[in-house]
Write a protein that binds this ligand. Structure first.
Ligand SMILES: Nc1ncnc2c1ncn2[C@@H]1O[C@H](COP(=O)(O)OP(=O)(O)OP(=O)(O)O)[C@@H](O)[C@H]1O
Length: 278
């Protein structure tokens, strides 16, 4: 019998590639006056490049704590958080966060808010290139006409568009969204969800997004991460959202699977892991 001889190619195939984003056995423990408080425990999640992940869970379970560790704003007490095999030790332009509160500089125009970010991340690009990046991203979110307006002259939806354009303009590896549409009315919210989905599809963005809105998660996500209640919250279950892309809201809402998933997630939140005060 001929002995099996491994070729260099077969070794290459056996090599295990580090996941794009790895959250492994993570715990976060805060020291408090009453002793240690464990917010998260045994959290494991591996995210592929280009995946859209939504995270839901009751208030205070530790969703922001988890995303802040991916953002590099805090470190896990136990376990590891790695991007492309490298530990995340501090914030960086490869991971941009967008919050509910927009966080735009009020004295700068929409253009200037984005330009500032582009200029700080790409200082060696020419002025013309940087200006072109800003215009491209303002156009992407439909705000070319509002370039010279200051935040107070913009609606909430427009401000959030500027914040998203600013985050995307520096080409982050991961876009981290902490309830970005939570303060918006339903119509504006749905418009922004559609724009975000289109942009992320075109740019193959990897997204981690916290939301309290199950319909938003079912429309946007490839996977829905459902957290158990704290203290010591963990990932209870992960639902794969199977709808083809590009997604059409009306079409997926006609799919019986949509209601199966919706009911499953609602049952998880309001029966299996109901919050005491809800
Ligand atoms: N620095 C800290 N020291 C002690 N406890 C903290 C600290 N930061 C957060 N916590 C606690 O950790 C828990 C999780 O907070 P976190 O903001 O991550 O929850 P969340 O799921 O994002 O909540 P929400 O949906 O209300 O935004 C809360 O009980 C909070 O009080």
């Amino acid at each position: 019998m001929k002995a099996f001889q491994a070729s260099p190619q077969s070794f290459q195939k056996l090599e295990t590639k580090a996941p794009f984003l790895l959250i492994e056995n993570v715990a976060k423990i805060y020291p408090t006056a009453k002793g240690n408080y464990t917010v998260l425990e045994n959290v494991d999640l591996s995210v592929n490049k280009g995946e859209f992940i939504c995270v839901i869970g009751h208030s205070g379970c530790g969703k922001s704590t988890l995303l802040n560790m991916v953002g590099g704003f805090s470190q896990p007490s136990v376990g590891r958080v790695e991007l492309k095999g490298e530990p995340i030790l501090k914030p960086g332009p490869d991971r941009m966060m967008v919050f509910q509160g927009y966080a735009l500089l009020p004295w700068k125009t929409a253009f200037e808010n984005i330009y500032l970010a582009v200029n700080s991340v790409f200082p060696h690009k020419s002025k013309a290139e940087k200006v072109s990046i800003v215009h491209e991203h303002l156009a992407m979110v439909g705000l070319s006409e509002a370039a010279d307006k200051k935040p107070k002259q913009l609606s909430g939806g427009m401000r959030q568009r500027v914040a998203i354009a600013r985050a995307l303009s520096i080409r982050p590896e991961i876009l981290i969204l902490d309830e970005p549409f939570g303060a918006l009315d339903q119509i504006t919210k749905e418009e922004l969800q559609e724009e975000l989905m289109k942009i992320c599809g075109e740019q193959n963005c990897t997204v981690l997004m916290i939301t309290h809105d199950i319909d938003e998660a079912l429309f946007l996500a490839d996977r829905l991460v459902m957290m158990t209640n704290g203290p010591a919250a963990k990932i209870g279950e992960i639902l794969s959202i199977p709808f083809d892309r590009p997604r059409d809201r009306d079409r997926i809402m006609e799919d019986p699977e949509y209601y199966n998933l919706r009911n499953y997630a609602l049952d998880f939140l309001y029966h299996r892991f109901a919050h005491d005060d809800e």
